[in-house]
Design a protein. Structure first.
Length: 241
């Protein structure tokens, strides 16, 4: 597979972007995509695969979110397993979220649900929550498996997600909200071409953005990478691009 990311000369850091997981229903913010649009989509990179958040991933995801460090770093609420299953169903139907589970693409291990569960690394998300411009999304990533950090998985997952969002979903800008103490995340997104645009002291957050207007060179790199993006149908048996 052609390496898509030579444009980014970055050092790898483990990181989680601040996020809040609460059980809510879809708002009245609408655009032309829902999580259903990526329900049958697999994206392959050199290190990771992005696959839709299906039911067989929920139990392992729930185990991750029992970790106090992850809860703090992602500003998440602890949910029961039943609530986690309910949230997975709600996210599937939500017209302002796009979620992929990150799988370790460097490991074999066969096919099927158990094999995929064994390769789970984290997740990457886009949220349409800009009421003034629904072509701009918030992006976040979580590498939950500590043994899988500092391996470039987060960098590639974010890059794949950005290219997919731009080329398939009409995204024209990305925002990342990162805790002030999470310097690893800050360094990674700066290396990806994001620029700091403001600070929100009440939430102890720094807001970073990337768009063609903010960093034309980095944005053109995403445009160029879109021609090589390996997107295909998802199935648990591993068939795809």
């Amino acid at each position: 597979m052609i390496l898509l990311y030579s444009m980014f000369n970055i050092t790898l850091f483990p990181f989680q972007i601040a996020q809040t997981r609460v059980l809510v229903t879809a708002t009245e913010l609408h655009h032309d995509t829902t999580m259903i649009d990526n329900w049958n989509t697999r994206i392959r990179g050199d290190l990771v695969e992005l696959v839709p958040y299906r039911r067989h991933f929920v139990k392992r995801y729930h185990e991750w979110m029992g970790d106090e460090e992850l809860l703090e770093n992602t500003a998440s609420e602890r949910l029961t397993l039943d609530e986690e299953y309910r949230m997975q169903e709600e996210w599937k139907e939500d017209d302002k979220k796009c979620t992929f589970i990150i799988l370790d693409g460097t490991r074999g291990g066969g096919q099927g649900e158990e094999a995929e569960q064994a390769r789970m690394v984290g997740d990457v998300n886009m949220f349409w929550n800009d009421y003034e411009d629904d072509s701009c999304v918030e992006i976040e990533v979580m590498i939950a498996e500590k043994s899988c950090r500092r391996k470039g998985f987060a960098r590639e997952a974010v890059t794949l997600m950005m290219v997919y969002g731009m080329s398939s979903l009409g995204v024209n800008g990305y925002t990342a909200k990162i805790l002030e103490k999470n310097t690893a995340s800050q360094k990674l997104f700066l290396h990806l071409g994001y620029k700091e645009v403001k600070r929100v002291p009440v939430f102890s957050e720094i807001v970073y953005k990337l768009s063609k207007e903010i960093n034309q060179q980095a944005w053109q790199g995403l445009v160029d990478a879109a021609t090589q993006l390996a997107v295909g149908p998802y199935s648990v048996d591993g068939q795809g691009p």
